[in-house]
Design a protein around this ligand. Structure first.
Ligand SMILES: [Zn+2]
Length: 707
């Protein structure tokens, strides 16, 4: 082997292996090598190609990442025009179509090839000697745009055909965006405050028409083949083409093209309509958007006999499903408040049929989206409903906006309300946040279940036995409005609530059948609630459910201020002075305690009731982290201690001024390593951080506590 052939052979081998892996993964859905190995082989190929530019090949699997932008798309004349199909909406039109073909071909029950009609972008792919050389959009059917570089990045478009391809082969098909990928894409875009795609079809079209193929390469596009264009058989290929469309699809599959698994063959109107219903029933479950099914006369000789009328074939028809996008008029814009206080704007609309269902509401997702779409009262909007996804407004038809007598828009741009429509608390939207929220977390009925569930949870107030099922019933039957109401519940309340819940569910408990009413469980619940009255300040702070105030922030606050009143009185500025509390969290804490509804709930929590004490905790003097022999030191605890829990050790070290951290870094002052300490100990040793054993910790505590 000469040095020159070695890389060439390796490059060819890598290209073949990566092509195979790609085909198995994307077309056959049957991967045979792990992703990591694919990536490794691809990297090796990229490096070899970079080192040996003389072996460059546009059909190499490395082309999938996209080439440099070309500037604009060239025109491509289709050798065989790309057809458009006549549409059928009613069963009768399909019956006429079938009858006409029966009459004109003399075949009483001709076979039809059936396929779902994808809602994407029609394209034509040209292969010469099995290598992808050009791809074009449909354009006007005669001339399209050259999008070869972009199509190379679509993983399901084969760059090199398998088997024995003809000398020239043009394949027509649809580039589409799978529904799941589209939803994921939009979720990310909305979370970042970026513009979402209107629908998968726009997503596919917009992605394929990017001037920079590297952008197209980032988009989740896929391809299905469904027809032939120009074919020149040449020498190496089989002598003839298959005689039917359905056999052609099978042949395309062998050449490496993805073909929808939903294709089928049937005869007679009943067979066609049964397929239409079957696919229609599964429309929402299919991984791609379709707008109908296509019936094609299967035999090519019969197709030729039927011919064309004004560029549309007389041997095929598209049977359309009800549209998934429709226009209607906005009657009002409302907001909904979710379990976590998130405020979601939505529109109430004049009823409209979308995808076969009457729709009167559609979501606007968030305030950014409202502003982007500029939806106003009275606007005519395009609503989209796809499957189980909540209907959404995708576009405003601005020409149809109602105007006043001076020709100005009748309604001003919509603004989110300042107050929660459910509870009247202030709606807050922090800078850089996409979602606006009701700030009445403790008071807002929309947030009740969530607030109670968090409040009662083990790491918060730790109310034994009060799980989500009871909380949901307490809220549903109106026994509690706020967390403070928990402390006013009696055994009778619980028993009564359970009776109503059982009644509603249609169950009669065994004990009730036996003429007894079980009350032990209710007594236990009340005892659990009573036990939680005596707690600690950090637990209370955590239990209040202030956004981003987790256990560790709650502990920091409790330690820094010592008691609740100064925390409630602190402004953002004062809160920012607390170690480890940034401006965002400081603002959230201040907003929470500034909301009068929340203050009322806290007052109710602390108030004694019916001879029982309110929720209380030992209050201490404020302690600054800088006070103590360990101030300024960061400590990490790892492994098990014999004399105390790690939490307790942490609290005692914090009491001496240390900051307890969860991870070891160069800034760590020392690590306390107990039994079976693992990676943190190893990391400390690696970084040369001082390590204490339990004996040294105990000795230190004994020497400094109470000093
Ligand atoms: Zn509210």
């Amino acid at each position: 082997m000469t040095p020159a052939t070695a890389p060439a052979a390796r490059i060819a081998d890598l290209r073949r292996r990566l092509d195979d892996a790609n085909h198995r993964y994307y077309v056959l859905d049957d991967p045979d090598i792990p992703d990591a190995e694919y990536d490794r082989l691809l990297r090796e190929l990229q490096e070899l190609e970079a080192a040996h530019p003389e072996f460059a090949d546009p059909s190499s699997p490395t082309a999938r990442v996209g080439s440099v932008p070309a500037g604009k798309f060239a025109e491509v004349r289709h050798a065989v025009p790309m057809l458009s199909l006549a549409n059928a909406f009613a069963d009768e039109e399909v019956a006429e179509f079938v009858a006409r073909i029966g009459r004109e071909t003399g075949d009483a029950e001709p076979a039809f090839s059936l396929e779902p009609k994808l809602d994407g972008l029609a394209i034509s792919l040209r292969y010469e000697d099995g290598v992808f050389v050009r791809g074009a959009t449909r354009g006007d059917g005669a001339t399209g745009e050259d999008v070869t570089a972009n199509l190379r990045t679509v993983r399901t478009v084969p760059l090199r055909l398998r088997g024995k391809p003809p000398a020239v082969l043009e394949v027509r098909g649809e580039v589409y965006m799978p529904k799941a990928a589209f939803e994921r894409w939009n979720e990310v875009a909305r979370a970042r405050g970026e513009k979402p795609m209107a629908n998968p079809r726009n997503g596919a079209a917009g992605s394929l028409r990017q001037l920079d193929p590297r952008i197209t390469a980032q988009r989740p596009l896929a391809f299905y083949a469904y027809a032939l264009g120009e074919v020149v058989l040449g020498q190496g290929a089989g002598a003839t083409l298959p005689p039917t469309h359905s056999q052609t699809l099978a042949w395309l599959r062998e050449l490496g093209f993805p073909v929808s698994a939903e294709v089928d063959v049937a005869r007679g109107v009943d067979g066609l309509l049964a397929y239409y219903r079957r696919i229609g029933d599964r429309r929402n479950a299919l991984p791609f958007d379709i707008d109908g099914v296509v019936y094609k006369l299967d035999r090519y000789d019969q197709q030729r006999a039927m011919g064309f009328v004004s560029r549309a074939p007389r041997w095929a028809i598209a049977h359309k499903f009800p549209a998934q996008e429709e226009a209607t008029v906005v009657e009002s814009i409302e907001v909904n408040v979710g379990r976590t206080g998130a405020v979601t704007p939505w529109v109430l609309m004049q009823p409209v049929q979308v995808g076969g269902v009457t729709v009167t509401r559609a979501t606007l997702h968030n305030a950014d989206q409202v502003a982007r779409l500029d939806v106003r009262n009275g606007d005519t909007v395009i609503v989209r409903r796809a499957g189980d996804v909540i209907p959404e407004v995708v576009r405003v038809i601005e020409d149809r906006r109602p105007l006043d007598r001076k020709g100005q828009p009748l309604h001003a741009p919509y603004q989110l309300p300042m107050e929660c429509p459910v509870c009247g608390s202030a709606i807050e939207r922090e800078e850089g946040e996409v979602v606006a929220r009701c700030s009445g977390g403790l008071f807002c009925p929309a947030q009740r279940v969530q607030a109670l569930f968090h409040f009662a949870s083990r790491r918060a107030m730790d109310i034994e036995g009060l799980g989500e099922r009871f909380i949901t019933a307490l809220v549903e039957f109106d026994y509690v409005h706020t967390v403070a109401d928990l402390y006013r519940l009696t055994v009778d309340d619980f028993v009564e609530m359970k009776r109503r819940a059982d009644e509603q569910a249609g169950v009669v408990p065994e004990t009730v059948k036996a003429g007894k009413i079980a009350t032990k469980w209710a007594e236990n619940l009340v005892a659990g609630i009573d036990a939680s009255r005596n707690t600690t300040l950090d637990r209370v702070l955590y239990a209040l459910g202030i956004r981003d105030v987790g256990e560790s922030t709650a502990k920091t606050l409790a330690r820094h201020f010592g008691s609740l009143d100064p925390i409630m009185a602190a402004d953002e500025e004062a809160l920012r002075q607390v170690p480890d509390i940034g401006p965002v969290v400081a603002a959230r804490i201040a907003h929470f305690f500034a909301e009068p509804h929340n203050r009322d709930v806290i007052a109710a929590l602390r108030a004694p009731y019916d001879g029982k004490a309110g929720v209380h905790w030992p209050e201490g003097a404020p302690r600054r982290a800088s006070e103590g022999p360990l101030s300024g030191q960061t400590v990490v605890l790892t492994g098990g201690l014999a004399a105390m829990s790690r939490d307790e050790a942490g609290a005692r070290l914090e009491a001496l001024g240390a900051k307890v951290s969860g991870s070891v870094s160069k800034k760590t002052s020392f690590v306390v390593a107990g039994e079976a300490a693992g990676s943190k100990l190893a990391k400390a040793q690696e970084l040369g951080v001082e390590v204490w054993d339990e004996a040294r910790l105990l000795a230190y505590l004994a020497g400094h506590e109470g000093a």
